[in-house]
Design a binder for this molecule. Structure first.
Ligand SMILES: [Zn+2]
Length: 278
């Protein structure tokens, strides 16, 4: 059955559903391909050279911020530098690129969480993006720590946390399955103690109700991986438009082939053909 899969269209970030293992789909145009079923099969991805902006549909020579054309990259609030550095949110100054987008996406509840993707890290996300964000990062466990009133406030808290824990994933370690076991409940308590003074200060400035400590459970995530790569080699469609290999696993936004890994999210907006060869 799988050998009949041959689809062409614009690549999107892989939709995924939490579970053990996480259930992945490949989104190409309007097609959704159940990826977990294809593990152990040989697949091929061809990039025909066309990239279309995921916002305005225009063709673009280069993709900016994972799928946008240059004009959209310059214009959209979603592509502003404050998205990467939320503590720089400038909505309150009246200079948000798209105030309505800001209201819907930034001036809403955010979660400050701890995750274990390649060791302990702190992160933030919109409340509605849990657990999607954790899956995209390849976390094996994650736990909410605080619920805060806005993206800006989550950024301030994250900056305070960065003095004590990492905020990045070592994606090579993540892909090798090289992840230490951690007790996130304990880590959460430890970190909350360390940032207690910062939290008191933020509450004094932004209101008592603006930051809530939460006592939610750890979520465990398993990934459909048959073989872990010993060495992580990456495929790049910009340099090699044809990528082929045996699908050995999926983790984060990566397909793990016996010939190397490919970060699907990086190629959002690329027009591709995907085939199962056996
Ligand atoms: Zn565009």
């Amino acid at each position: 059955m799988s050998e009949s899969i041959d689809v062409t269209g614009r690549l999107r970030k892989m939709p995924a559903e939490a579970g053990d293992p996480v259930a992945y789909n490949l989104a190409i145009g309007d097609n959704r391909i159940t990826l977990n079923d294809l593990i152990g099969h040989k697949v091929r991805l061809n990039f025909d050279g066309v990239i279309r902006c995921i916002h305005c549909d225009r063709t673009t020579k280069k993709s900016f911020n994972q799928g946008y054309c240059y004009p959209c990259f310059r214009k959209l609030a979603a592509c502003d530098s404050c998205i990467m550095s939320p503590e720089k949110c400038h909505y309150h100054l009246g200079t948000c690129r798209e105030p309505e987008w800001g209201e819907a996406n930034c001036m809403v509840e955010h979660v400050v969480y701890l995750a274990n993707s390649s060791g302990l890290k702190v992160g933030i996300t919109r409340a509605t993006q849990v657990p999607t964000r954790w899956i995209d990062q390849g976390a094996v466990t994650a736990i909410p720590m605080l619920r805060v009133a806005s993206r800006y406030l989550s950024g301030l808290v994250e900056v305070a946390c960065k003095n004590h824990v990492a905020d990045r994933t070592n994606w090579r370690a993540m892909l090798k399955g090289d992840v230490p076991e951690l007790d996130l409940v304990q880590e959460r308590e430890r970190l909350l103690d360390l940032i207690a003074d910062d939290l008191a200060q933020f509450r004094a400035q932004h209101g008592e109700e603006s930051i809530r400590i939460v006592d939610e459970a750890t979520l465990g995530l398993g990934y459909p991986v048959q073989v872990w790569p010993a060495k992580v080699k990456t495929h790049n469609l910009d340099k090699t438009p044809e990528v082929e290999g045996l699908l050995e696993g999926i983790k984060g936004q990566y397909l793990m082939l016996d010939t190397g890994v490919i970060n699907i999210r990086k190629f959002t907006g690329y027009e591709v053909r995907f085939r199962v060869l056996d």
